[in-house]
Design a protein. Structure first.
Lengths: 328, 327
């Protein structure tokens, strides 16, 4: 047990160093192809994609470390953004100030996301559905609701200053971006320094042992899925700020990007292993590829191929190192 | 429960007696009220909602019964069962928006065999022998009109160079392909100074379209124009132009008259929007069927092209309202 823990720790430390090297190598390559890559404007574009992705990817990290999977995060992003958009349209029509309207919109968005997460939690713990199926159900239900509620079109007429808030003001970060960065750090402490994180790792390593040790496994799982949903809700609101409208397709396929970020970040899909810094870097690598390929003028469809290669490389390198350790 | 059943039996008997007394006019009326089944592409698209509004209004005006059907997905796999179900109810006419030109061909043959008159709208099956008329918007024409609108908005003058980009949803969707072709041809023929420097795909996600345009605006500091080929691309591009403070500096021509985007014409974010007229397509389809049944076959045109409309800052408020898709 001790040995396994030690190995995992060493391996993950390596993983993050490797991720940083990959990130710098990519930046160097993109810059060599088009020097405009190394500008604050491009970093701003990258960070504006990173913010929503890292939010859902962190939720996904908690879920995956606990031994589960959350396929509903992308749909939760869409649904929470839509409901917030409808609410803010109503508030604006009733002469509420923009800032108050946006604050309420954020709370509503978080609430809707959390509800999606709670439904997942209850389906898993009360209805005994496996996470893959229960979150597949909410993925479909939430995305379907997006389309039914909006008839497919964007929802506008909310606060007029929404888009301004998405503009980079602090280096490449917008003000909400700075807030999300702070949240990422807090969630990192929550995962690695607090009881919440310890329970999450314990459940993912061995749910039976965790239960014997007195952890209320079911209650903790519900909390984890609710957290994942709530973070998706923040991402939903962030997309609203970016587009100035609630779009029914926002967050589409977000679950796959989130899982990719988590896997590249070094977490194990079998649970019990993962690091938040890895996920944050994994997300950053994904969005850097997106912007980088556009800047150097590679056809957009190559994006998926590059991401696939990155995932394969990440998992392969983990496998090699794990084997190496085992053979010792 | 039992008493309810009895009651309804009595009611039915009463109604039957009532009808019997007026049997002749009732029967003739039933024969003249035709039913038109309208099977469209995807219920999640404002384009089809606008089409429905046109269909409902025209069905009412012509005194026909309209049955509106469709699936969430734009896919033949989900559309074929819907068509089968509709055919089982034996409507008099079928207005079909085939989601695939090959896969829906047998459904058309089936309808014809059952004596149901078929019209195609928006897209068509490959073999139009069994189809009375095919009515569509002209996507190539829309692309060409977008090129004109973009040139006007950039104050195009010969001899100068203009960098423009095109935001698409997919490389294969037929509407995208036709619009891009129309746009490219018009640029080559009329505006040699316009260079299309980049293209990208948004997979129907406004946020991805937004990322693409954000990066283009960084990559091409001298970018003069954007053609956003559909509604989701238009939303994403509009947000990018606003966030980067480039309203009026980079001309933006979008497609599809989503209410949110029509409002952005007034704010000068969009130089123009190319609007289709789905309501007119639906109206034409219903009129065609009614004419066909009335024996006015000489007035029926096999291929009808409904022109696109360019909405811009100079369009009247009434027209803006009339061509905005129903949310």
């Amino acid at each position: 047990m001790d040995k396994a823990k030690f190995n995992a720790k060493g391996l993950l430390r390596n993983q993050q160093v490797i991720l940083l090297v990959v990130l710098f190598a990519m930046a160097a390559f993109f810059t060599s192809q088009n020097s405009i890559f190394l500008t604050n404007a491009v970093f701003g574009n990258i960070i504006s994609d990173w913010v929503p992705l890292v939010l859902i990817a962190i939720g996904e990290t908690f879920v995956i470390i606990s031994g589960g999977i959350d396929l509903s995060v992308g749909s939760a992003v869409g649904l929470s953004g839509i409901i917030a958009a409808f609410s803010m349209r109503y508030f604006t029509a009733h002469n509420m100030t923009d800032n108050l309207s946006l604050t309420l919109g954020l709370l509503i968005s978080i609430g809707i996301g959390a509800v999606v997460g709670l439904v997942n939690g209850f389906l898993i713990t009360k209805a005994n559905m496996v996470p893959f199926v229960s979150t597949l159900v909410t993925l479909g239900a939430a995305r379907g609701l997006c389309i039914v509620l909006t008839a497919g079109g964007p929802i506008a007429d909310g606060p007029s200053n929404a888009i301004d808030l998405s503009v980079p003001k602090v280096g490449p970060f917008s003000y909400p971006g700075v807030a999300v960065l702070g949240l990422v750090i807090i969630l990192g402490l929550f995962m690695h320094k607090a009881r919440f994180g310890r329970y999450t790792f314990a459940i993912g390593s061995n749910a039976f042992a965790a239960r014997s040790a007195g952890i209320n496994v079911n209650r903790h799982l519900v909390k984890i899925y609710a957290l994942s949903g709530a973070l998706a809700g923040i991402a939903g609101m962030y997309f609203y700020l970016r587009l100035g409208v609630g779009s029914p397709t926002s967050g589409q396929s977000g679950e796959l990007n989130a899982i990719a970020a988590v896997v590249i970040g070094g977490a194990s899909l079998s649970g019990g292993v993962g690091k938040l810094l890895g996920t944050a870097l994994g997300s950053l690598i994904l969005v850097t590829v997106t912007s980088g390929l556009i800047i150097i003028g590679v056809a957009a469809n190559w994006n998926q191929v590059v991401v696939a290669i990155l995932i394969a490389a990440a998992v392969f390198s983990q496998g090699i190192r794990t084997l190496g350790k085992k053979n010792k | 429960m039992a008493s309810k059943k009895k009651l309804s039996l009595v009611a039915v008997a009463g109604a039957a007696a009532l009808f019997a007394s007026a049997a002749v006019p009732a029967a003739s009326q039933a024969a003249t009220t035709k039913t038109i089944a309208f099977v469209m592409g995807a219920i999640n698209d404002p384009f089809f909602n606008a089409m429905k509004a046109g269909a409902v209004a025209e069905a009412k005006a012509k005194g026909v019964k309209l049955v509106w059907q469709g699936d969430v997905q734009y896919s033949p796999a989900t559309q074929i069962p819907v068509v089968d179900q509709v055919l089982a109810t034996k409507p008099d006419g079928l207005v079909l928006i085939p989601t695939d030109p090959v896969a829906l061909q047998p459904s058309v043959a089936k309808a014809k065999a059952a004596g149901i008159t078929v019209v195609n709208v928006d897209t068509h099956v490959n073999d139009l022998t069994d189809v009375v008329s095919f009515i569509t918007g002209d996507n190539a024409d829309g692309g060409a009109k977008a090129a004109d609108a973009l040139a006007t908005a950039m104050r195009y003058t010969n001899g100068k160079k203009y960098q423009v980009v095109v935001g698409l949803t997919s490389a294969t969707a037929t509407t995208n392909v036709a619009r891009l072709e129309g746009f490219t041809k018009a640029v080559a023929a009329k505006y040699p100074g316009i260079q299309i420097v980049d293209k990208a795909y948004s997979q129907s996600d406004s946020a991805i379209a937004n990322t693409n345009v954000n990066n283009w605006l960084t990559k091409y500091p001298n970018l003069r124009g954007i053609f956003a080929i559909d509604g989701t691309n238009a939303s994403g591009a509009a947000a990018a132009i606003q966030a980067k403070g480039l309203i009026g500096k980079v001309a933006l021509v979008g497609y599809d008259a989503y209410p949110a985007n029509v409002k952005l014409i007034q704010k000068k974010v969009f130089s123009a929007l190319i609007a289709q007229d789905p309501a007119a397509e639906a109206k034409q389809a219903i009129d065609t069927l009614v004419d066909f049944w009335a024996g006015k076959t000489s007035t029926i045109v096999k291929n009808v092209v409904i022109p696109n409309v360019v909405l811009s800052g100079t369009t009247s408020k009434a027209d803006l309202k009339a061509f905005t898709y129903v949310a």
